[in-house]
Design a protein around this ligand. Structure first.
Ligand SMILES: Cc1cc2nc3c(=O)[nH]c(=O)nc-3n(C[C@H](O)[C@H](O)[C@H](O)COP(=O)(O)OP(=O)(O)OC[C@H]3O[C@@H](n4cnc5c(N)ncnc54)[C@H](O)[C@@H]3O)c2cc1C
Length: 468
């Protein structure tokens, strides 16, 4: 194990709390990362005992460097702290308002970073570890859990690098296809920023029983010159490398578009960009040389993903290259593409809205393994799972926050709003929020729309908290 503080683990019997009529059984959490740490804190704040099982430092991952709780494995940023104009900033606000440990320690160890919330990662993780270790209701055990318990009140928060043994146990319960080991994320576009004077709605060969199905895709046509320029830009773009320990061999089924382009200039035109079975609604007599298709990504219809466009291009390069696509010149991206080692469930089919595993409801999932992506999103799902598990331990039920809030929008997306067939991890973004009437759409309307979303979210989140 490389240098870094290691946990001091408490030993002995699990904490138990006396309640009228007996002893309250602890909630068990697997994984003391961003989500598990926040969940443990929330449960203890509710007066319920917790046992937190963490495999590090005994069992290592390729990305973690210490034995600390809540270690940030890559960047030291919690992204934008603007709670008026930014959905991540709004999520910060909700976590602070709910007394979140992760946000309070991030604030304590904040570094200068303009509008972003960057933290001193070591001091941050050490403080989280110290706070959890000092709490009399929390017991931390240095153990790898390799089987899924069939009873009790458990939270699985094992993250993108869930250990192989546990992943195998999860797959036994969920089925092999329901727990992915890698994400392959195609960029996602805010629907109201697509230029429909250029693009049109149509499924290939008009397939589908209903009109909605026959118009399920948005198509962006390219001339030969546009296609050639696009391929040149793809080949020249800056790419990110796989992290040490990630294996590129897993990606054969979903190659990055730039790798497809490297295999031959025509590969994409015979792959995801094939122009067959489509008629340009604006120019029916003109045959496109290539077509980029976008598919609906959420039930609200506010987000569309670019089909087959998973990529390892750097973010700046992606925006530049994808805006070359006719119809996407002014596109605003809810998230950009990526491919990473990432264990995550097909949550829309597997989790109920209390984050419980449908086939085995004594297990609640939290954090990145649920299909959210990023430190803040993962910690926020830990916060919710912790509060729900604590309510359950007390014989109560806690409903998720309304989906007009950042946390509510995220949990709604992963447990039902997202398309299950194409489910890939998601960051929080305004495309997940239910649209407001009487507010301008499109990129130009953002100045009015975003403050309206965040104000509504603050009001609704405060009411949700006050009702507990
Ligand atoms: C290489 C890499 C780079 C990343 N870069 C960024 C970034 O720059 N910015 C960003 O926002 N996000 C990044 N992420 C994602 C980020 O790591 C996650 O969003 C976040 O850590 C998820 O929190 P979590 O609690 O769900 O998982 P984690 O923080 O990973 O915590 C899970 C914990 O579970 C433990 N565990 C796993 N299996 C078991 C088991 N069987 N028994 C007991 N314990 C177990 C692990 O040791 C770990 O401590 C990156 C992820 C990876 C893999």
């Amino acid at each position: 194990m490389p240098s870094g503080a290691a946990l001091s683990f408490s030993k002995g019997q699990p904490a138990r709390t006396a309640i009228a009529g007996g002893v309250m059984q602890p909630v068990n959490i697997i994984g003391a990362g961003l989500a598990g740490s926040e969940a443990a804190w929330q449960i203890a704040r509710a007066g319920v005992p917790v046992v937190l099982h963490e495999m590090r430092p005994k069992v290592e991952t390729f990305a973690h460097k210490t034995g600390n709780c809540a270690e940030m494995v890559c960047s030291n940023s919690f992204r934008s702290d603007d709670d008026v104009m930014n959905a991540v900033g709004q999520l910060h606000w909700e976590m602070r308002t709910a007394g979140g440990l992760i946000m309070s320690m991030a604030d304590k160890h904040r570094l200068p970073a303009g509008g972003a919330l960057a933290v001193d990662r070591e001091a941050f993780a050490e403080s989280v570890t110290a706070a959890l270790t000092a709490d009399p209701l929390i017991e931390i055990r240095a153990t790898e859990i390799t089987e899924l318990p069939t009873d009790g009140n458990w939270i699985v928060a094992t993250g993108p690098l869930t250990s192989d043994n546990l992943a195998a146990a999860i797959r036994k319960v969920t089925g092999t296809d329901a727990l992915a080991f890698f994400d392959a994320i195609a960029p996602i576009v805010h629907a109201d920023t697509i230029n429909m004077d250029v693009a049109w709605e149509q499924s290939r060969y008009d397939k589908g029983e209903t009109e909605a199905e026959q118009r399920a895709y948005i198509n962006c046509p390219m001339t030969r010159d546009q296609y050639e320029a696009f391929i040149d830009a793809l080949l020249a773009a800056d790419k990110t490398e796989f992290h040490e320990g990630e294996t590129a061999g897993y990606f054969d089924g979903c190659l990055p578009i730039e790798v497809m382009a490297e295999r031959g200039r025509e590969t994409l035109r015979f792959g995801p960009m094939k122009p067959v079975g489509l008629t340009n609604a604006h120019k029916p007599d003109e045959k496109a040389y290539a077509v980029v298709q976008l598919r609906r990504d959420n039930a609200l219809g506010t987000l569309y993903n670019i089909v087959g466009f998973q990529t390892k291009m750097k973010y700046g390069a992606q925006t530049e290259v994808f805006r070359m696509i006719p119809g996407l010149e002014n596109a605003s991206f809810a998230r950009l593409g990526g491919i990473h080692r990432n264990s995550f469930l097909n949550s829309p089919t597997l989790l109920d809205d209390r984050m419980r595993l449908r086939p085995q409801p004594n297990l609640r999932f939290a954090g990145q393994v649920t299909g959210v992506e990023g430190y803040v999103e993962s910690a926020s799902m830990g916060l919710l799972a912790g509060r729900m598990a604590a309510a359950q331990a007390k014989g109560q039920d806690l409903a998720p926050p309304p989906f007009t809030t950042a946390m509510g929008a995220l949990i709604d997306h992963i447990t039902g709003g997202a398309e299950a067939k194409t489910f890939q991890p998601m960051n929080v973004n305004f495309g997940l929020f239910p649209p407001l009437e009487d507010v301008r759409s499109g990129r130009r309307g953002r100045k009015d729309r975003y403050p309206a979303y965040t104000q509504r979210a603050k009001d609704d989140f405060s009411s949700w908290l006050a009702a507990q």
